[in-house]
Design a protein around this ligand. Structure first.
Ligand code: AKG
Ligand code: FE2
Length: 303
């Protein structure tokens, strides 16, 4: 089957009757590992103000950005080409810079002793007025959306709407605002905006500025195919953790960002993971489709 013949990535609507949304979700997660989400309830103004805040931050001089360089808890700024999501397939680092923000954890609290837990690093208010307010509001809204999706995921797996929430009592969340340069990607030369990888966690809730670039590979024989932006929609994908939880029934699909050049790209991936002490093991009551994991063979690395 040629890449062009692949069925398109499904669209899940939160306004649809629950039974229908659950059915589309299951189909999407077993076949693609990706879906679009519409009627999600996150106001467009909040999304617009969050993107505006990121543009303002990333346009600062490098030394200002480095003042909040990522710390040991993986919170803060990472410069262009620092990250290489597919080290085997890349000749240079990925052409993006980014930031990480998590759930605020008070320094000195028992939780702060855990890896990756701690306070966020915010740019100074006078450097980027309103940055923190917009970004925190977005983080909160998208985390609430994550909890709504957990209900649907539980239903779609026959586990019940309330199965996952207790395992996310103190969720590990990371918002990762990204800024891609206008440099054209060149896969043949090992140059990527973001190299091929799977996400390591449960669920990624991605908003982009509408600039194309996202590609997925569900089967190495089919190659890479575009997942074009749909106005107003989120792109959601399953990570390695949920794939393991479901015995591979829900796929963690390879994806990458390949940019056409001449235009910068901004995106807001949000990584939604269970509490630090949640044990993730294959659920005996969920069975895998034969070959569900076949598209993952040996490319890229998890993030
Ligand atoms: O920038 C994007 O559109 C997606 C980035 C991505 O796949 C990631 O950060 O894991
Ligand atoms: Fe990713």
């Amino acid at each position: 089957m040629a890449a062009g013949d692949c069925p398109a990535v499904p669209i899940v609507s939160l306004a649809a009757p629950e039974e229908e949304a659950t059915k589309v979700l299951r189909e999407a997660c077993t076949k693609h590992g990706f879906f679009y989400l519409v009627n999600h309830g996150i106001p467009e103004e909040l999304i617009a103000s969050t993107f505006a805040a990121q543009r303002a931050f990333f346009s600062l001089p490098l030394e200002s950005k480095l003042r909040i360089a990522a710390d040991d808890n993986n919170r803060g700024y990472t410069p262009f080409e620092e990250e290489t999501l597919d080290p085997e397939g890349s000749k240079r680092g990925d052409t993006h810079e980014g930031l990480y923000f998590g759930r605020h954890v008070e320094p000195g609290s028992p939780e702060a002793a855990l890896p990756l837990h701690g306070p966020n690093q915010w740019p100074a208010e006078e450097l980027v007025p309103g940055y923190r307010q917009a970004t925190e509001a977005y983080l909160e809204a998208v985390a609430a959306l994550g909890f709504r999706l957990l209900c649907l995921l539980g239903l779609s797996l026959g586990l019940g709407a309330d199965y996952f929430a207790p395992l996310f009592a103190r969720p590990m969340v990371f918002l990762r605002p990204l800024h891609y340069s206008a440099e054209k990607s060149d896969p043949a030369q090992g140059l990527f905006a973001a190299g091929g990888h799977t996400d390591y966690g449960m669920l990624t809730i991605l908003k982009t500025d509408g600039t194309p670039g996202l590609q997925i590979c569900t089967d190495p024989l089919e190659g890479w195919r575009d997942v074009p932006p749909i106005e107003g929609a989120f792109n959601i994908n399953i990570g390695d953790m949920l794939s393991r939880w479901t015995n591979g029934a829900y796929r963690s699909t390879l994806h990458r960002i390949v940019t056409a050049g001449g235009v910068e790209r901004y995106s807001l991936p949000f990584f939604f993971e269970p509490s630090f002490d949640t044990v993730v093991d294959a659920l005996p009551q969920v069975t895998a489709d034969p070959g569900a994991e076949q598209g993952r063979a040996g490319q890229g690395q998890g993030r």
